[in-house]
Write a protein that binds this ligand. Structure first.
Ligand code: ADP
Ligand code: MG
Length: 321
């Protein structure tokens, strides 16, 4: 059991940002409206995630560190209609096996405070009385030095967590997010559901003002989002984000469709800032391809690419007219 957790950890826990992702997605799944992340040494020192979600009772708090202890799949049908973010039930077990964990959780009636080292319980205390969950993962990879050696610089690791938090904030504008690195505030959103406020907190108010909303619909897909005017460009494609049914994905052809929407407007090797939300029947979007790698397989892809290109092109033309 312990060994298989440690092996699974290699799959799930690639770097500090992977831990941040699993913890914050759990907080989102728990219905939180406020999620705060505190990192030390880019998460290699510690990662603390505090939420005001459902919390866990004493029993669930123990169970959550066991492999396949998910409360999110109740039947096989669910596997194919995944609406919640987590669905493998092994993230916490894997993370626990390669770190030290301090969990405080309370569901309004029952709760617990637990300390684990390498997945083994070291201490337990009475429950806190604040509803929600506070989990601190420290000394990541303390018992897998080979993995620790592969960690890049603090700046690189921090960059991955910032990118991740920006994306989570963009597709969850109703959640107030905060990201701190030591005493430095890196992201703060107000949770009032306004995507433009999130854009402003990520890209700056001036850039956000130059992003125009778009919306389009085809037979199988609905899209919406914000795209910059052609005068605001970036040297990297990383500023084009795609969310399919609330999940961030990498999709090369969708990025190309966005860039093509600007065609003659864009200087060579410059790219727009675009945030694209795609909604479609979950049966058309197979998220099971590789959850950790964010690859996605889409049915009716040409229809979607055409929709993206024409919708963004029209939105930009309308402003330039
Ligand atoms: P999964 O998210 O795939 O179900 P995890 O290992 O990430 O698996 O979490 C295991 C379980 O622990 C979850 O299904 C959930 O019931 C519980 N859990 C984890 N984090 C939280 C949280 N922040 N708030 C409430 N419950 C949580
Ligand atoms: Mg999870």
């Amino acid at each position: 059991e312990w060994l298989s957790n440690k092996i699974a950890a290699g799959e799930v826990v690639e770097r500090p940002a992977s831990v941040v992702k699993e913890l914050v997605e759990n907080a989102i799944d728990a219905g939180s409206t406020q999620i705060e992340v505190f990192l030390h040494d880019a998460g290699l020192g510690s990662i603390q995630v505090t939420d005001n979600g459902s919390g866990m009772d004493e029993e669930d708090a123990f169970k959550c560190f066991m492999r396949h202890a998910t409360s999110k799949i109740s039947n096989e049908h669910d596997l194919f209609r995944i609406r919640t973010l987590g669905f493998r039930g092994e993230a916490l077990a894997s993370i626990a096996s390669v770190s030290k964990i301090h969990l405080k959780t309370y569901d309004g009636k029952s709760g617990i405070e637990l300390v684990l080292e390498g997945g083994i319980e070291r201490a337990r205390h009475a429950a806190p009385s604040r509803r929600g969950t506070d989990i601190t993962v420290s000394q990541l990879f303390f018992n897998t030095p080979a993995r620790l050696k592969y960690m890049k610089t603090i700046q690189t690791e921090l960059g991955h967590s910032i990118d991740l938090m920006n994306r989570l904030a963009l597709c969850n504008p109703h959640i107030a997010f905060k990201l701190m690195h030591h005493d430095q505030l890196l992201l703060q959103t107000n949770g009032r559901g306004n995507v433009q406020q999130v854009l402003a907190s990520i890209y700056g108010i001036q850039n956000a003002k130059k992003m125009i909303p778009f919306e389009g619909k085809s037979h199988d897909y609905n899209i919406s989002g914000y795209a910059t005017l052609p005068e605001i460009t970036r040297a990297s494609k990383n500023y084009m984000s795609i969310f399919v049914n609330g999940r961030w994905v990498k999709h090369f052809l969708a990025q190309k469709a966005m860039t093509d929407a600007y065609h003659t407007f864009l200087p060579i090797e410059r790219f727009p800032i675009v945030v694209l939300f795609v909604e479609g029947d979950p049966y058309l979007t197979d998220v099971n391809v590789h959850p950790a790698k964010h690859q996605i397989r889409l049915s009716k892809e040409p229809e979607l690419l055409e929709l993206i290109q024409t919708t963004i092109r029209e939105a930009i033309r309308a402003v330039n007219r």
